[in-house]
Design a protein around this ligand. Structure first.
Ligand code: FAD
Length: 467
């Protein structure tokens, strides 16, 4: 049995920086990784997908070159092997960087293999037994494989296999019209595939407001992506051309023939093969590790960070989990997950930058709301760039004067949203941002103008707008 001060399971987005801080504080740390250093984000998530999105954007812009007065002789051709190689290199550089850094940390023992609890404070990695008074679980998640009829009879893709494709499928059917599915759908359409999105809900990205979903659907539809919503009883079967996808949609063909099928119907935590029962660590019905507001599990000395705790599904939330745990343990802080304001982006083009509540959520909370909306056709920078799709929207609590949430679907939306993220974190009235002097010409410069147009909505609309 090897004894450590701390064991970190998983080298995703929280584990490595935590190992760095714990060792810097003088602890002996064992860090265990079973597969690829950097986890999902670096290897099969954010990094390869955003690199591929950049290639797809280049192709899209090249096709639109004439709009900008630029002649591209001949049709745009995609060299998918080079597209793939570019993404693979970006991931490999980051992966190797993390592993190399971890190997070089004094006091950090890096172990490769599957970690499994044998008791609340012992963990097995192959033939080694480790023990520590503090154990940090950062095991992440993986794609859900739905039990569609016929799923075992056909080949299918997930985000993991998608990022290693070095060819363009003839017809890609994307099952699941949410964040992961939409990014792949648009990029492969731009690489030249025929793409159909099959979504069982009545609209794509249903967590967003209906106007946001509708605008994204219009953008994707405008690029020739077919969207099939209300897809009931999805089933798969072999077909000479690839896969037959059965969809009993309310309208349209009940069967789609695809060359390839991507399953993007959600994620599940990697907690089923971790021996959590032996440790007595409690999970919820979907396998997420239950944690309190400081990310402690029900077992003293065990914390869960990142996607596996169900409190976030992003790289920045996993990293913030590390910051919370490290600050509380090492700096005597009292940081809490509930202090975090939700923010994320959907990397379609144009991207969707999001923070806080949707309008639907804000309305359901019963608050008096001020709302303002502005199309990107009225944003100078978007006009200059020739990219005027989408709109921006802000929602404010009419009584507290605090911004509750915002959506910026438009060119630069993933960056511009940070003005609103920052003002929400500063917890100051919306008027502070309205009265700020932004840089011209930017997408962000229209945010004060957007806020200047706030109107009361709903039952309280007859009241005066507080300034
Ligand atoms: C296609 C796609 C695109 C995405 N794009 C974005 C984006 O643009 N922005 C964003 O913020 N988020 C994005 N995400 C989400 C993001 O990748 C995750 O939220 C993030 O990686 C979670 O980090 P984590 O540390 O919790 O887990 P992970 O990064 O998944 O790391 C967990 C690690 O634990 C290891 N592990 C698991 N079990 C064991 C075990 N028993 N023993 C040893 N090791 C184990 C795994 O091998 C893995 O390396 C995307 C996800 C996908 C799928």
């Amino acid at each position: 049995m090897r004894s450590f001060d701390a064991i970190v399971i998983g080298a995703g987005q929280a584990g490595p920086p935590l190992a760095g801080r714990l060792t810097a504080a003088g602890m002996q740390v064992a860090l265990i990784e079973r597969k690829l250093f950097g986890g999902t984000c670096v290897n099969t998530g954010c990094m390869p997908t955003k690199t591929l999105v950049a290639s797809a954007y280049a192709a899209h812009l090249a096709r639109r070159a004439r709009d900008f007065g630029v002649d591209v002789p001949g049709p745009v051709r995609i060299d998918m092997q080079r597209v793939h190689a570019r993404a693979a290199t970006v991931s490999a550089n980051a992966r190797e960087g993390i592993e190399h850094w971890l190997q070089g940390i004094q006091g950090c023992t890096v172990l490769r293999g599957q970690a499994r609890f044998e008791s609340s404070h012992t963990v097995r990695v192959d033939d080694q037994l480790l023990t520590a008074p503090r154990i940090f679980i950062n095991v992440g998640g993986r794609a859900v494989i739905p039990d569609f009829p016929g799923i075992d009879t056909v080949a299918w893709l997930t985000n993991t296999t998608m990022v290693s494709l070095d060819f363009v499928p003839e017809h890609l059917v994307v099952v699941g019209g949410s964040y992961v599915g939409l990014e792949f759908a648009q990029m492969y359409r731009r690489f030249g595939a025929r793409v159909t999105i099959v979504e069982k809900g009545e609209r794509i990205v249903a967590r967003e407001d209906a106007d946001v979903s509708a605008s994204i659907a219009e953008i994707l539809g405008g690029e020739g992506i077919a969207i099939r919503t209300n897809a009931e009883c999805i089933r798969l079967a072999r077909h000479p051309d690839g896969v037959e996808v059965g969809v009993n949609c309310s309208e349209g063909d009940p069967v789609i023939t695809a060359s390839h099928v991507l399953l993007a119907v959600g994620r599940r935590p990697n907690t089923d093969d971790l021996g959590l029962e032996a440790a007595g660590v409690a999970t919820d019905s979907r396998g997420y590790i239950k944690v309190d507001d400081s990310l402690a599990t029900n077992v003293e000395g065990i914390w869960a960070l990142g996607d596996c705790n169900g409190r976030g599904a992003f790289t920045h939330t996993a990293y913030n989990d590390f910051e919370i745990v490290a600050a509380n343990l090492l700096d005597g802080a009292q940081r809490r997950v509930s202090q975090r304001i939700a923010a994320y982006a959907l990397y379609t083009d144009p991207p969707l930058g999001r923070v806080g509540m949707t309008q639907t959520q804000a309305q359901a909370s019963g608050r008096r709301l001020l709302v303002s909306q502005r199309p990107m056709t009225r944003v100078g920078r978007a006009i200059e760039k020739g990219e005027t799709q989408g709109f921006m929207k802000a929602i404010v609590d009419a009584d507290t004067q605090r911004i509750l949430g915002a959506s910026i679907l438009g060119v630069g939306g993933d960056e511009a949203i940070h003005g609103i993220i920052d003002i929400m974190n500063a917890d100051v009235p919306w008027t502070v941002l309205r009265d700020a002097v932004p840089i011209h010409p930017t997408v962000s410069e229209l945010i004060p103008t957007l806020l200047g147009d706030l109107q009361l909505v709903g039952d309280s609309a007859e009241s005066a707008i507080p300034q």
